[in-house]
Design a protein around this ligand. Structure first.
Ligand SMILES: Cc1cc2nc3c(=O)[nH]c(=O)nc-3n(C[C@H](O)[C@H](O)[C@H](O)COP(=O)(O)OP(=O)(O)OC[C@H]3O[C@@H](n4cnc5c(N)ncnc54)[C@H](O)[C@@H]3O)c2cc1C
Length: 417
């Protein structure tokens, strides 16, 4: 076991940390206040080579894998969750293409994103279907040698600046999950309209929108993977993105904790610094424990994706990382705000923004409840096995409660006489 980072990953982290300090940190408050897509972040990430981190060199990337991208996302998300999301969209727009795209699709979209020439968005969720993704109502009907898409999508992040969209639709509406396909829609397209930006609570630098797809025509070459096989592809796509959402959580939690720690050393109450009051010191210690645990889970999840293990074998580990890190981010932002007292509640300081930004993390890429569903099913299926031998531990009580006591000559079941 080796907990050290490779030379390449150390360099990625250093580069991302520099961009985070020099470009993101000084702008984060203004990006939140103005709610405008931070083009300067995008250009700085492109110039520093961060947009292609996850992709192999033959696709125009740096070959640093999911772990490399997770490290960079963590660094920039320490100062601004919008920056973490912006970097994450490089993978959110392309993970499925990297898995199932034709050589032409890979060359156009993956290379385009890696080189910073294209931006993409991912449109799965609808007003009537989020967690229950197989229930989407958007249709894609064959028309000549192409398809026509119709429906409404909600939430597609960064669609306002996107050059293409991965849109998920039903090609066989009667077949449920077996009738789902994915399409790559080049933008602009006259049938693809941004209806409005959704007025959300945080992460205000990256807009999310409602989309109206009306007779949106795409050529046959827009189909991603096989027709009607899109549901599995989308689930695999989401799996790849989960460690990256976790990295946003680790970054935000670490940033909030360090901000609060610095304040706790400076602020004096009752004659001493806050950090010397045990109630505050222990809060910070607990946050440190949680951040470190979430970080290890996140790195392992990204590493597992890079090892290319089967989805059945790794999905629950990705869920554990994503659910843990996102919930740690929520707790850390809440506690950091508390440690700043009244100042924490002011828009003048970062903690108020961290608090609003954190909550999104427990909803996107599978809510905390859906991840508990995945983890509990893995437990039930024996996929999370820590090598415990129940028989060696004396076995379980059986339906004939008390039989064991009788065998041992301890008489009948207590209370039965
Ligand atoms: C800021 C933001 C950005 C987003 N970006 C994108 C994007 O780029 N592209 C995209 O396609 N989508 C995006 N989403 C949508 C996001 O993926 C969905 O909001 C999420 O999947 C949950 O779906 P829902 O909102 O429809 O909630 P629902 O699925 O309706 O769930 C409502 C509540 O019920 C719970 N629940 C649902 N089913 C179960 C169950 N079986 N057991 C227990 N609890 C359950 C959920 O956990 C949740 O608490 C974004 C969302 C947000 C907030």
């Amino acid at each position: 076991m080796d907990f050290g980072l490779s030379e390449q990953h150390r360099r990625v982290r250093e580069t991302a940390a520099r961009v985070a300090r020099e470009v993101v940190a000084p702008r984060a408050a203004a990006v939140d206040r103005e709610g405008v897509y931070p083009q300067d972040y995008f250009e700085a990430f492109r110039d520093a080579g961060l947009l292609g981190l996850a992709f192999p060199p033959e696709a125009g990337g740096a070959g640093a894998g999911s772990l490399g991208l997770a490290l960079a996302i963590e660094e920039v998300a320490k100062y601004d969750s919008s920056a973490g999301l912006l970097l994450l969209t490089t993978r959110l727009a392309t993970a499925g293409i990297a898995m199932a795209g034709t050589p032409e699709q890979q060359d156009r979209y993956v290379r385009g994103v890696a080189e910073g020439r294209l931006r993409g968005c991912f449109a799965l969720t609808e007003p009537g279907a989020g967690s229950d993704a197989a229930n989407i109502a958007t249709t894609a009907t064959r028309d000549g040698d192409g398809f026509v898409l119709n429906g409404t999508k909600l939430w597609a992040g960064q669609a306002t600046v996107a050059d293409f969209a991965m849109v998920v639709a039903k090609t066989d509406p009667a077949a449920g999950a077996r009738g789902v396909s994915a399409f790559l829609v080049d933008l602009p397209n006259p049938g693809f309209r941004v209806v409005r930006e959704l007025p959300k609570m945080g992460v205000l630098g990256v807009p999310v929108v409602e989309l109206d797809l009306r007779d949106c025509r795409v050529p046959a070459a827009a189909l991603l993977g096989e027709e009607n096989q899109g549901f599995r592809l989308v689930m695999r796509h989401l799996n790849v993105v989960r460690p990256l959402v976790a990295a946003r959580g680790v970054g935000l939690a670490a940033g909030a904790t360090q901000y609060a720690l610095a304040y706790a050393k400076q602020r004096r109450t009752f004659g001493r610094p806050l950090i010397e009051h045990q109630a505050i010191a222990f809060k910070l210690a607990e946050l440190a424990m949680e951040v470190e645990a979430a970080r290890l889970l996140t790195y392992r999840a990204a590493w597992l994706v890079d090892q290319g293990g089967s989805d059945r074998d790794i999905a629950h580990h990705l869920s554990i990382a994503k659910a843990t890190a996102s919930e740690v981010a929520v707790r850390a932002s809440e506690q950091a705000l508390q440690i700043l007292g009244g100042y924490g509640y002011l828009k003048d300081y970062a903690t108020e923004r961290y608090y609003r930004d954190a909550k999104q993390l427990t909803i996107v890429e599978g809510t905390s409840e859906i991840h508990r569903l995945i983890i509990s099913r893995a437990l039930d299926d024996g996929l999370l096995d820590w090598g415990y031998d129940v028989e060696a531990a004396g076995g379980l009580p059986d339906a004939e409660c008390g039989a064991r006591s009788a065998e041992r000559g301890m008489g009948a079941v207590a209370g039965a006489e």
